[in-house]
Design a protein around this ligand. Structure first.
Ligand code: AMP
Ligand code: MG
Length: 487
């Protein structure tokens, strides 16, 4: 276990120099205080969880002090936002404080979001409000607990600093961690500004640090791009299987590591709705739930375009072709497991599609349906779940197919079935209304609800005593909450 001043830094991105990032110091928050910390994320830095409660912790991650070895930098990148190219974005309100490595040799970027203005702030104030910082913290840790690759969050620091959005709010900072903060948009920036030398330096950096095994391949950059395609196909399959809607899949929000990155107006589905749009500003539904699949490929094509100086167009196209089949195979595999199946049959895709259509028509809760499906034998479970459906004949027809399919799948006890299914079907997810309750309490100075919710979501598959209220469908006020992009 380490104390706060014992972290070991190795700032490899900062060393790439001023073409890639700019030195900027954090702007401190007034009266910084700990809102919530993640013990699991603390462990990744070998930090003693007790240090989170010390005043120096809130001062550090509230922008007041810094380690001598930290080299705070704002990164430059660009990206396609809602399909259109924006030539310069960059860290407008976040700073890469430095890269730390733990005793296991893993490297973690520490990124302080809400740290004040930078050369890339454009019209923004460089700040993040408490509500969006709490949402990012809860979502990244909850996704990780579900087994969905994501950036991590160490803590949220609240403050008295006024920040103006639609109304006056309070500023906060979230300390985000990831093995890299490089986005598709980094490559796009050097491609569109026609800086091939810097682009090559960036590509070498990513290859050496994050895809070293690709070095062994005849065409290392192509192997790396293929790997990025594969990781994205797997990631988006997980989003779709677990009902996660990112909301702002711009290429500047896509990680080069294929992890969930940059949280805005995201949502987990309550009722199943393929057409769900979680981003209030997404009028055309570009980033609707079901569009995440083709948008994943669109974003990879944008990255491919930026890689044309290194890889032939034909090879890039071939690699892009891997995306859909891989996505489909991963998605179907996850959905089979969610349905309790251990084998594969040709018609399984249809079984899933029929079920989702029925759930869509009846507004069935996506998470609770699968959890309850595993509570008992297939026959008993479908008999109980039947009441949730409006189209009873449709559901009965599906239920017959499902029971027959389960029977063909193999012999196992109800207990085996429950164990297997509950291990992949969470009881607790970060519903928007749960996040909203925690935010409302935190805005009035009570952080206990954020902490409790974080705790519950850190074990989403385990039934936790006394936590029934976190495993309910939303109340009327909490359905279809509109989350604005302002954060
Ligand atoms: P996002 O929509 O959060 O992915 O942000 C898009 C771009 O706007 C990024 O370059 C951000 O750094 C920048 N940005 C967002 N909010 C602010 C803010 N309050 N101040 C400065 N820059 C911001
Ligand atoms: Mg962003």
């Amino acid at each position: 276990m380490k104390a706060l001043d014992e972290l070991t830094f190795d700032n490899r991105f900062a060393r790439l120099g001023d073409a890639f990032s700019t030195h900027v110091l954090p702007e401190p928050l007034d009266a910084p205080r700990l809102v919530v910390a993640s013990n699991a994320a603390m462990a990744l830095l070998d930090l003693d969880p007790a240090v989170a409660e010390t005043p120096v912790f809130a001062e550090l991650f509230g922008g007041h002090t810094l380690w001598a070895e930290a080299e705070p930098r704002a990164m430059v990148y660009s990206g396609h936002q809602f399909g259109g190219y924006t030539p310069q974005l960059g860290d407008g309100r976040g700073l890469l404080l430095g890269e730390v490595y733990n005793e296991a040799g893993e490297h973690w970027d520490l990124h302080l979001k809400g740290a004040g203005m930078t050369p890339y702030s454009r019209m923004g104030d460089g700040r993040a409000v408490l509500r969006s910082s709490i949402r990012e913290f809860l979502a990244s840790e909850a996704l990780h607990a579900l087994g969905i690759p994501s950036s991590r969050a160490l803590c949220v620091i609240g403050s008295d600093t006024p920040v103006w959005r639609e109304k006056q709010e309070r500023g906060a900072m979230v300390l985000r961690m990831a093995p890299s903060h490089i986005r598709f948009g980094h490559f796009e920036y050097f491609y569109y500004t026609k800086k091939p030398e810097q682009q090559a330096i960036l590509a070498e950096h990513v290859l050496n640090l994050h895809y070293p095994e690709c070095r062994e391949q005849p065409e290392p950059y192509l192997a790396m791009f293929r790997e990025i395609v594969e990781r994205n196909a797997e990631l988006i399959a997980k989003w779709q299987a677990y009902g996660f809607c990112h909301g702002v899949m711009n290429t500047d929000n896509m990680s080069i590591l294929g992890i969930t990155f940059d949280f805005g107006p995201f949502a987990f589905l309550d009722d199943f709705d393929a057409h769900f749009i979680c981003n209030h500003s997404d009028h055309e539904g570009r980033y609707s739930f079901s569009n995440q699949v083709p948008i994943g490929q669109w974003n990879l094509s944008a990255l491919a375009q930026a890689l044309t100086p290194f890889i032939s167009v034909d090879a890039l196209k071939e690699a892009l072709g891997l995306y859909l089949p891989l996505y489909q195979a991963n998605y179907l595999d996850l959905m089979r497991r969610r349905m309790g199946l251990t084998s594969a049959e040709d018609d399984d895709q249809k079984l899933v599609e029929r079920l989702l259509q029925l759930m869509q028509n009846s507004g069935v809760d996506y998470t609770l349906f699968f959890r309850r499906l595993g509570d008992e034998s297939a026959a008993l479970a479908v008999a109980r779940l039947r009441d949730d459906f409006v189209d009873l004949a449709g559901f009965d027809a599906w239920a017959e197919l499902y029971k027959a399919r389960v029977a063909r799948d193999g012999e196992y006890s109800e207990e085996q079935r429950r164990k297997r299914m509950h291990a992949v079907n969470p009881l607790y997810i970060l519903r928007n209304y749960l996040a909203q309750n925690a935010i409302t309490a935190a805005e009035s100075g009570d952080y206990s609800e954020v902490r409790r919710l974080h705790e519950v979501l850190s074990k989403p598959f385990e039934e936790q005593a006394g936590m029934e209220q976190y495993a309910q469908r939303p109340p009327d006020w909490g359905k279809h909450l509109e989350i604005s992009c302002s954060s």
